[in-house]
Every structure is written in structure tokens, then in C-alpha cells.
Design a protein. Structure first.
Length: 493
């Protein structure tokens, strides 16, 4: 799905949903954002009001615009964030409270300008001060250091231009051959690498396999989104790359540039943990689950995002041949989900397939939600099956972990186990809580073994995770749950 980019000028109002980014320079104006995870939508106005009365009028316009777009507004589903002068923000909070809303976050502007980007799908407002404050906070040594690895001179220079305009990033090196990269890592000490897939000497995934065991540096893959490149991207993610982004093209350069800068900055903050890689065999042979009756009756639902392909591959390789039905939501684009399922199917003793509408949920099979669709579980008589729907994103995602977990809670109740693995954001935490409340057992991956401790952390914080354990402990934990040897008591990993 392409990212839609909107530039907001003073006095303008916009409403956006799905995969959109709204950018603006606030200056001495007042920026008000009205956002909802449930609707994956946001309204935004850059108000030029100087008085309380004028600001009231602009706030009314914003709320009315959102209402026109989504229908009835439930205040508890909407979050307001604002940037502007203190006296106007204080009044905004009072006005919104009178309407049943809460101004969650307010940022007071300094004399310098403020640049703001609202990432609608992620329901995140990123702000940056422009001027002396920015210069002071992004001195050399504090900016994230980027090494670009690409055999195309045109692409290296284009990525350098895209990344260098961001004061939080510093491009410290350009490598045109894989053989240069290790020496450049030693001398330049980058915080993050961007890496092409197709290069001379060796491809991107092969280079990742060589580098990460020695240099735990976040890597963002730069790829065209064709089927063959999709297979290579998946291979790179399984070997430890933290994210991927489509190569920028000139007719969509503005929108691609915003996404590339955001992904590189996010990746630079990820602490990479040394992994054995997707080709590594389990330390011990998988032990069969003790009770075949439990294997027949219980549904296991799993959610993952950033770091998920590598984590899921490692997890599945640690399971025995006979497994309960397993359903997986991995945040992934449509062209990758089928390739991911096919790759797993070729290396595991049980069946793995991209889910299709009305697929039966049965033992010794893993169904992976197709990218760009929602997957739910329904029960008909004694049989479970999946529905694949083109519904709206939930919690900012499609497929959504919350969407799957909520359906499992309703359909399977206590005969289910929910697992939330590595990933950025909070998708899955609400659904896992629903599963817990219906009697299911719930597991969250621990921080030490998570590539990104976002989704598991959200589950721990909202109390939905009964068990917190490492990735390597999960098969044993499942065996205990299926064997009835573990109660509802939380156990630290």
C-alpha cells in the first residue's frame, strides 16, 4: 500500500485514514491533532487563531470534520495532541474537556519553529524543533550515523540526499561493494546500515549472515517489491535485518523520502541481539507434546511485527511434528506473506500456508494471515475455520493481531493460547486481554529475547500476559500448558 503524503499549510484542515503522513511547519501557530487507533484515522488543523474564541471555532471545525468522515464520535476512542503557545493550549484543554475529550499531550512552542509529522497508521505524532535547539541536540556524535551499502551510484547518492536533510541523521559512509563494508563498520562505527538486496560479490542476505554475528548493527533493507526480491527480503529479515523499505522512484520521491527517514531513525534505536540465524538447528531435538487430546482441542494464536520473520522461524523449528492448530498474524505486505508461508513450509515437518477464506483450522497446520487482509476465526458446530476479510485496519494494522485475537477469544474461549512476540507498537495487547478474560492462557516474549520490545511490553503493561518467557523457553512453556501442568500464575522468564 502506497503512503499518502499531505502537506498542511496555516489555516488548513485535513482528515486522513490508513497509510498517510501529514507534515507541516507549525511556526507560531497552533497545531491540533485528533487521532484514533480504533479507526486508524486522524484529523489535523493548523490554526492561526490568536484568541480563545477563534480557537474554539477551529476546534469545532476539526471535530465536525472528523464526524462527517467517520460518523458518530465516541470521545474515549480519540486522542488529542497539540503544539502551540501555552495560553492557547490551556484553553484548548478546557474546551475539549467540555466536549468530553482529553488533551493527552501538549507541546509548548519555543521561539524557534516546530516541524511535525503525523503518521496516521501508527497513530504517532513526531515533532522536531528547527533552529538553534535542533543544532544543539544533533551535534556530531549525537546524530545517528548511517552507512549506505548499494552498488548503484545513483541510488547511493539519492539515499544520501534523502537521509542528510534530517538533522537527526548523519551519512558517514557510502559502500559500493559488500567487501568494503566490514572495514567501514570498524572505522566509521555506524549506528545503522541501509543495504541493497542485489549486489555484486554477494547478495544482501548473505552479507547480513556474515556481518551480524560479529557486528550487532540494525540493518534496513532497500528493495523493489517484486516476488523474487520479496523472497530475498524475507531471507534477510530471517537472518536479522530489522526492516525493509521500497526503493524510491522519482515520481514518488517525496512520500518515499519521509518513509525511508522514519524507518532508518526507528531502526537506529533498536538494540540488536546476536542470533544464530534462521538456518540454525534447535539446541535440542523438539519433544512431542504430551497430550494428544490437547493438541486436537486447543488453538494457538500468535502475533508478531518487527523482527517477526526471524523469531517465528526460530520458534517453529523448535516445535515437534505434531502441533495444535496455529494461526499467525505477522505485519507484512501482501507480496511477502505467501512467500513467507512457502519458505516455512519447505523447512518444517508440519504444513504452513497463507490462509485462504474458509480454510479449516486443524492440527499440524500453521495458517499465516495474508498481507493487506484481516484474518478472523469462526466456529461452526464443532469445527473452526478462518475468514479472510478486506476490513479496515485495526490498531493501525492490516492484518492486525488485535483483530485475530479478538475473534479467537470469542470463538475458542478457554481452549486457546495467545502468544505475542517481538514487534513495535501495541497491536495485540488489547486482543490478548480479551483472550485472557475469556479463559485463554497468554504468553508474552520477554525483553531480553525480543528484537523490539514494543508489543510484548504493551501486553505486560496492560496485564494481559500471564506468562513472560524467552523465545527459547516458549516450546517448553507450551508443552506445560498443553499438559495441564501450569496454572494461571505468572512466571517470569
Amino acid at each position: 500500500m502506497e503512503t499518502k503524503i499531505i502537506n498542511l499549510s496555516p489555516g488548513e484542515l485535513t482528515f486522513q485514514s490508513g497509510n498517510s503522513v501529514v507534515g507541516t511547519q507549525v511556526g507560531r501557530h497552533t497545531l491540533i491533532c485528533m487521532m484514533s487507533e480504533q479507526h486508524t484515522a486522524a484529523g489535523m488543523i493548523l490554526s492561526t487563531a490568536q484568541s480563545n474564541l477563534s480557537l474554539d471555532f477551529d476546534l469545532e471545525k476539526l471535530i465536525a470534520k472528523v464526524g462527517e468522515s467517520i460518523g458518530k464520535i465516541e470521545p474515549s476512542q480519540w486522542t488529542f495532541k497539540a503544539i502551540g503557545p501555552k495560553h492557547l493550549l490551556d484553553h484548548s484543554a478546557q474546551f475539549l474537556a467540555s466536549k468530553g475529550f482529553d488533551l493527552k499531550t501538549a507541546h509548548l512552542t519555543a521561539p524557534e519553529n516546530i516541524e511535525a509529522f503525523l503518521f496516521v497508521q501508527q497513530v504517532r505524532l513526531r515533532i522536531r524543533e528547527i533552529g538553534p535547539t535542533t543544532a544543539a541536540s544533533t551535534e556530531r556524535g549525537k546524530r545517528k550515523r548511517v552507512l549506505i551499502v548499494d552498488d548503484s551510484r545513483t541510488m547511493r547518492e539519492l539515499l544520501q540526499r534523502i537521509l542528510s536533510v534530517d538533522p537527526d541523521l548523519e551519512v558517514v559512509g557510502l559502500a559500493d561493494r559488500p567487501s568494503q563494508v566490514e572495514d567501514m563498520i570498524k572505522s566509521l562505527k555506524p549506528d545503522v546500515l541501509t543495504m541493497d538486496i542485489d549486489m555484486p560479490e554477494c547478495d544482501g542476505p548473505t552479507l547480513i549472515g556474515r556481518l551480524l554475528p560479529k557486528y550487532p548493527i540494525p540493518i534496513v533493507l532497500i528493495s523493489a517489491l517484486g516476488m523474487e526480491q520479496g523472497r530475498q527480503v524475507l531471507r534477510g529479515l530471517e537472518l536479522g535485518a530489522v526492516d525493509y523499505v521500497q526503493k524510491p522512484v522519482l515520481d514518488k520521491l517525496d512520500e518515499a523520502s519521509v518513509v525511508i527517514r522514519e524507518k532508518v531513525k526507528i531502526a537506529a534505536d533498536i538494540k540488536i541481539k546476536t542470533r544464530a540465524g534462521s538456518d540454525a538447528k534447535p539446541k535440542v531435538a523438539p519433544k512431542p507434546f504430551r497430550h494428544s487430546a490437547a493438541v486436537e482441542k486447543v488453538i494457538i494464536a500468535i502475533g508478531a511485527s518487527t523482527g517477526g520473520p526471524e523469531t517465528l522461524t526460530h520458534f517453529f523449528k523448535s516445535l515437534p511434528e505434531n502441533i495444535p492448530p496455529i494461526l499467525v498474524v505477522q505485519h507484512i505486505p501482501p507480496i511477502f506473506s505467501g512467500a513467507f508461508a512457502a519458505r516455512l513450509d519447505g523447512m518444517l515437518p508440519f504444513r504452513v500456508k497463507e490462509a485462504e477464506d474458509h480454510d479449516e483450522v486443524k492440527p499440524n497446520q500453521v495458517l499465516i494471515a495474508p498481507g493487506g487482509k484481516q484474518m478472523a476465526v469462526l466456529k461452526k458446530g464443532a469445527q473452526f475455520y478462518v475468514r479472510i476479510r478486506d476490513d479496515q485496519p485495526m490498531s493501525g494494522h492490516k492484518p492486525s493481531v488485535d483483530y485475530l485475537f479478538e475473534s479467537v477469544a470469542q470463538a475458542a474461549g478457554e481452549f486457546a493460547i495467545g502468544i505475542i512476540m517481538t514487534g513495535m507498537g501495541t497491536d495485540g495487547a488489547k486482543g490478548l486481554l480479551s483472550m485472557l478474560q475469556k479463559g485463554a492462557r497468554t504468553i508474552a516474549q520477554d525483553e531480553a529475547s525480543s528484537i523490539v520490545y514494543g508489543m510484548p511490553k504493551a501486553a505486560v503493561q496492560n496485564g494481559s500476559a500471564q506468562i513472560i518467557c524467552s523465545l527459547d523457553q516458549m516450546p517448553e512453556t507450551l508443552a506445560e500448558l498443553l499438559g495441564g501442568g501450569l496454572g494461571t500464575k505468572r512466571r517470569a522468564g
